[in-house]
Design a protein around this ligand. Sequence first.
Ligand code: GTQ
Length: 370
Amino acid sequence: MAEKMEFFESKIVQDFNREIEQYHLGPLWNAIPDLMHKQPTPAAVPYLWKWETLHAKLMEAREIFTPDRGGERRAIYFQNPGLKQRQPWGWASTTHSLYAAVQLILPGETAPSHRHTQSALRFIMEGEGAYSIVQGERLFMEEGDFLITPKGLWHGHAHPGDTPMIWMDCLDIPTIYSIAGTFYENYPKKIEQPSVPDNYTSQRYAGGLVRPISDRYPKVAPLGSYKWLQTLAALEGLSRFEPDPYDGFAVEYINPSNGHTANPTIAAWMQKLPSGFHSKAHRHTNSVIYQVFKGSGYSIVNGVRFDWSKGDFLVIPNWAWHEHVANEDSFLFSASDLPIMEKFDLQQEEGYPENAGHQIVTDEFKPLLP
Ligand code: GTQ
């Protein structure tokens, strides 16, 4: 060991390491301990954003940014404090692979249609009356609905209703950025015009369990909007039985024509944690971004307690131990990079081995100063 240290610190090695930099070369012997960890050691940290802050900042942004002025969406993203703002790696990253944001649209506003190689999902937190238009279909949004725009599909939003609407966006922006896979295009006219009846796909799938025979052959997005009442009915049925020890009663949004995740690269779940439920702790290679849709409770992530209530966002980085406790019946929406890990055949999961599956709380979450 001492011999090894001597080698790394010797002048001849250090000089060499520096000298080859001018040729844009690097010494593996210096890099490998950081490049190849024994197990995932994400730079992203567990973090919690409170609804009070999010709501206040969105209200300030009402005046500061309008889609008419900026031609874009009024979205504020979650920048993981462990990842760096405005650095190619880490910018607009909530986890290493995923971006999440809250978006506000006011009555009368239009967010123009565009398309890109990033896949997107929306989870509706507050309000009603706005629509997203995807594949020529106006998908009118209500609280608790889940919407998808997989890569390459035109999508724009408009609000003919009369109450402000707030939703969560999640996209695989950091993943596509890091593999230099971005293509982006604005729609030639401001917003796509309807070419099929409103809420066409959710009507076609009103039955829930059966698919139109024309969708036997896989389509990218046969169903654009997953309605809250259908999701809730599924959870109520599940809740009559035993909860999953780690996740309570959880359902995953799937593509009804091929059975895969609704978005190709982002998994999305709705889970119900009944009042008093205390999950066991586990960890997995995928990261997760939680939105507290209803209820309150806390999660313990790597020994730190995060108290959450309605509207809050909690991020669990890859391979972090975590368990959840519900103070009342709680509904958590979550998005994760599980499909990305699975595509690389990297998904792993394990239960907390000690203390009957529960962590010891060593600290309480406090927001980090910038
Ligand atoms: O609403 O289409 O937060 O394209 C980021 C990129 C929202 C959107 C985001 C997007 C959108």
